[in-house]
Design a protein around this ligand. Structure first.
Ligand SMILES: NC(=O)c1ccc[n+]([C@@H]2O[C@H](COP(=O)([O-])OP(=O)(O)OC[C@H]3O[C@@H](n4cnc5c(N)ncnc54)[C@H](OP(=O)(O)O)[C@@H]3O)[C@@H](O)[C@H]2O)c1
Length: 252
């Protein structure tokens, strides 16, 4: 199988990193010439990668074409490219829906996929819409596949994928607070990374508990965790989060 990535930016790099760490079998990966710096770096690192002359050549030479361009670029360039009927198109584009993708590419064989940067470590959830056996069999090598049957549901998952930067900001703000209390920056950052890693791992290890039970289990009644949770709730911290999720959902 020959794979082609239209758009060589952050997410393509992560997916390609994951592919080379996995047991997936493929003959070649073609990259579009943009972004040239990243494309050159990847082609130097991995022998099976080749930079194509232009976007159309990449599509013509690949069996599966991954759309990893921004929505703005997608809207501009897709309609002028030709996708033969036998191509499989995997779109990572956040805000171009299936109907529009079909119109723009004049191809029906399209799956929308939400990869996240940790796919480079073969970790994290990967949402697939609509369900497709071969796409699932491919991505199961790169993370935990979640198949959804409705585009509306897939949009809800897209909305939650916007919580990467806010999550890191929470981690960063926790570390900053430690620093403000006199802890050295490196020590504060190392401590905070370990704390949040252990919390996330614990949530996975305790899958028998619901997330709500996990919240209850991690606080002693009248204790410090209970105090902080109550104060954050009083200040509408979590209500704000829900509101922001509703706002971002409307953008997908
Ligand atoms: N990053 C994520 O975590 C993530 C997760 C899920 C889905 N996505 C989706 O994946 C898509 C790409 O995101 P990204 O974060 O990887 O963005 P990015 O880093 O900006 O990558 C976009 C790539 O498209 C290239 N490009 C621009 N114009 C082009 C053209 N005419 N032909 C071919 N390539 C062109 C850019 O090249 P230049 O640098 O030369 O302009 C760049 O390499 C977006 O639709 C996004 O919603 C991203």
């Amino acid at each position: 199988m020959i794979l082609g990535f239209l758009g060589t930016g952050h997410i393509s790099s992560s997916v390609i990193e994951g592919i080379f760490k996995s047991k997936l079998k493929f003959k070649k990966i073609y990259l579009s010439p943009r972004n040239r710096v990243i494309a050159k770096k990847l082609s130097k690192r991995f022998k099976k990668i080749q930079i194509s002359k232009n976007n159309q050549q990449l599509i013509d030479k690949s069996n599966w074409v991954f759309l990893a361009i921004t929505p703005r670029v997608g809207k501009k360039i897709l309609k002028d490219l030709y996708f033969k009927k036998n191509k499989k198109i995997i779109s990572f584009i956040s805000t171009i829906n299936l109907k529009k993708l079909k119109e723009n590419t004049k191809n029906k064989n399209i799956t929308r996929v939400i990869p996240l940067p940790f796919i480079g470590m073969k970790k994290g959830p990967i949402v697939i819409f609509p369900p497709d056996k071969s796409v699932k069999n491919f991505f199961k090598h790169l993370g935990k596949v979640v198949e959804v049957k409705s585009e509306k549901v897939s949009k809800s998952f897209w909305a939650t994928s916007s919580f990467m930067a806010p999550f890191y900001n929470l981690v960063s703000a926790t570390s900053d607070w430690l620093t403000s209390k006199g802890v050295n920056r490196k020590e504060a950052e190392d401590y905070t990374r370990e704390l949040f890693l252990a919390l996330a791992e614990d949530a996975i290890n305790k899958k028998k508990l619901s997330l709500k039970q996990l919240v209850v289990e991690s606080q002693t009644p009248g204790g410090t965790n209970a105090f902080v949770l109550k104060e954050l709730k009083k200040k509408k911290f979590y209500k704000v989060q829900q509101k922001v999720l509703n706002s971002i959902f409307k953008k997908f």
